[in-house]
Design a protein around this ligand. Structure first.
Ligand code: NAP
Ligand code: ZN
Ligand code: ZN
Length: 317
């Protein structure tokens, strides 16, 4: 299918890759894996979509389609490795995949999702990575009314984590090093906001949470946060700073705590997440920008100065 891109979100993962913080990258690169747009043409075998449909594309564009993970709809955990949307080779081994900072895109129907008709495309674009990446662990760890959830970092991923956890009925605490974000966090439905830059801010929260989502893009002392978990509770690592965390065994043993990872979500769960957003009228809070502003947007994102996702208007490419 051919797709006219309307908006492409700027994920911190774009910045990590452009700056080679995860290792050597493939250049020239077109970043962008939060893509929302409209189908402009279809091939003869396309049955799932028609011209004019509003569709989304996220962090992968292909996978092996036959391993246990792919067959279970968990394409992001493909045993042969998913094919990323950019900064990778396609499965033919010779074509460089180019991402969503563009106005045109081609995608196989099996790797795209329908966008609910009541949601604006600019606010939807970030759901294709930021949204699904926090939705998936909230579901995996059965967040429901009464759950006590902490979200570390109120950025692109974190603010979606707050909105989803609140919609699922949890009591949500934001752990942020930016005190100026407090009013926004509460407006998104969080019950509590803790300024982690204040001395000993986390101490009173020891053994408080069923689930902690770590969406922080920078290196930090993970042990301070492990101490916030109740008995048998889990800290899910989502942020990818590119430098290993140092885990203190004592912080894990005391309370039989768990540390886990989670990476985006598969196609069925992406569709479930978008349908959930349609039902609950949830979208990302976005600053829509022109393509020429992208470098400034990167600097502002790194400075934690984004409310709460930059989205590029594809008409300006
Ligand atoms: P973002 O919008 O830049 O948000 C990250 C937040 O982390 C910031 O808003 C800030 O929140 C906090 N933070 C940043 N620097 C900090 C520092 N030095 N100390 C303490 N807190 C700091 O980034 P994002 O797009 O949400 O992505 C977050 C991370 O998740 C990135 O590393 C990205 O690569 C990764 N990621 C992972 C997956 C996955 O599948 N697991 C998917 C997408 C992205 P406060 O201002 O509130 O403190
Ligand atoms: Zn991303
Ligand atoms: Zn596979």
């Amino acid at each position: 299918m051919a797709l006219d891109i309307a908006y492409a979100g700027i994920c911190h993962s774009d910045i990590h890759q452009v700056r080679e913080e995860w290792g050597p990258a493939i250049f020239p690169m077109i970043p962008g894996h939060e893509i929302a747009g409209t189908v402009s043409a279809i091939g003869s075998g396309v049955t799932k979509f028609k011209v004019g449909d509003r569709i989304g594309v996220g962090v992968f564009i292909d996978s092996c389609r036959k391993c246990a993970s792919c067959l279970a709809g968990l394409q992001q955990y493909c045993e042969e490795g998913m094919t990323g949307t950019y900064n990778t080779m396609e499965r033919d081994g010779k074509t460089v995949a180019l991402g969503g900072y563009s106005n045109l895109f081609v995608i196989n129907q099996d790797y795209a999702v329908h966008i609910p008709s009541n949601l604006p495309l600019d606010g939807v674009a970030p759901l294709l990575c930021a949204g699904i990446t926090v939705y998936s662990p909230l579901r995996k760890w059965n967040v429901s009314p009464g759950s006590k959830v902490a979200v570390m970092g109120l950025g692109g991923l974190g603010h979606m984590g707050v909105k989803f956890a609140v919609a699922m009925g949890a009591e949500v605490t934001v752990l942020s090093h930016s005190p100026a974000k407090k009013a926004d966090a509460l407006a998104m439905g969080a019950q509590h906001f803790v300024d982690t830059s204040a001395p000993n801010a986390l101490k009173p929260l020891t053994k408080s949470f069923d689930l902690v989502l770590n969406t922080v893009s920078a290196f930090l002392d993970i042990n301070e946060y492990l101490n916030l978990l109740k008995l048998d509770a889990t800290l899910v690592v989502i942020g990818l700073p590119g430098k290993p965390y140092e885990v203190n065994a004592g912080a894990l043993l005391n309370g039989r705590r768990r540390i886990a990872g989670s990476m985006i979500g598969g196609i069925p769960e992406m569709q479930e997440m978008l349908d959930f957003c349609g039902e609950h009228s949830i979208v990302s809070d976005v600053e829509v920008i022109d393509a020429g502003y992208a470098n400034t947007a990167y600097e502002r994102t790194i400075a934690s100065d984004v409310k709460y996702r930059f989205v590029i208007d594809a008409a300006t490419f």
